[in-house]
Design a protein around this ligand. Sequence first.
Ligand SMILES: C=C(O[C@@H]1C=C(C(=O)O)C=C[C@H]1O)C(=O)O
Length: 365
Amino acid sequence: MSDEQVRLGELRDEIDQIDQKIMELISARAACAQEVAHVKMTANPGQDVFFYRPEREAQVLRRIKEQNPGPLSGEEMARLFREIMSACLALEKPMHIAFLGPIGTFTQAAALKHFGHSVVSVPLPAIDAVFREVESGAAHYGVVPVENSTEGMINHTLDMFMSSPLKICGEVQLRIHHHLLVSPKHGDQEITRIYSHQQSFAQCRQWLDTHRYGIERVTVSSNAEAARRAAEEPGTAAIAGDMAAELYGLQKLANSIEDRPDNTTRFLIIGREEVPASGHDKSSILVSMRNKPGALYQLLEPFHRHGLSLTRIETRPSPSGTWAYVFYIDFEGHMEDEQVRKVLAEVDEEAVELKRLGSYPIGVL
Ligand SMILES: C=C(O[C@@H]1C=C(C(=O)O)C=C[C@H]1O)C(=O)O
């Protein structure tokens, strides 16, 4: 045996021993999580106990990122722990997570990034269907897109909150890479039509105008649907992401064709429960103001005075009348915080209506 083979043999023995220890430790952790569930059930007999605690999971992941010694990155280590927690929780009862489908969409990728792979993910055809599935209790949580860094807000999601009783329980961001995809079955056939979702066409507009100018663009209901069509119809291509490409066995003609390299979509987790403070939280509200001079100033001034940082403000037409508006506001802090309570009490006095959509941990992954 060469020196190299001897050394590799030693290292592999060492890895086997470490794996054995990791397995024992993960098993001990899983038993602990089971015990937590047992304690919760014993303390609340006969009640519908929530095992999943988003604020606790955010704290665990934050600590892992902060204390990670390397050489793996903090993000990578947190992703591994995300899956361990997901598997531990599923020992009790796998959660049902409704998402804007079909399978293979970026929303499904966001759902799995946030909850890990040990959940049952349920595709639904529209944003309002995701809300209904969670409202009825058929799903524990739902995942819907809310904004894209290139294209702006997803208005349908914002408008759903005007009438829905659901709370925002979390957020997750996903870097969005689009590819130009074709089926290997169809060989080198000339492409005469490209399918995609309207959002993806918008995020790749410059690339398409430069590299595929004049080819027909056909808007369909999702990227996954675009991929499905490209897999079936010769002479067509799809713009979609990796999940859809894999699902339908498509090949990349061009990789990462989004116009902006930081193209990111933010998704919201919606549920029926309010989330306690995790120590690093964000809150969302909807406010309608009387239509008078200085109304917006009056609305925002208390945030400034109490030093609360706004992360987003968006205006939507009010369902109650022409030229009346509702403001959708995200800010840092939790509704349990003293400062936030004071600000919201002031806003409540001036507003026609203030709806608290929820406080939730700032996305960790
Ligand atoms: C173990 C608990 O329950 C669940 C499992 C967690 C875990 O595996 O770390 C964390 C939070 C909860 O989703 C707990 O409440 O601490």
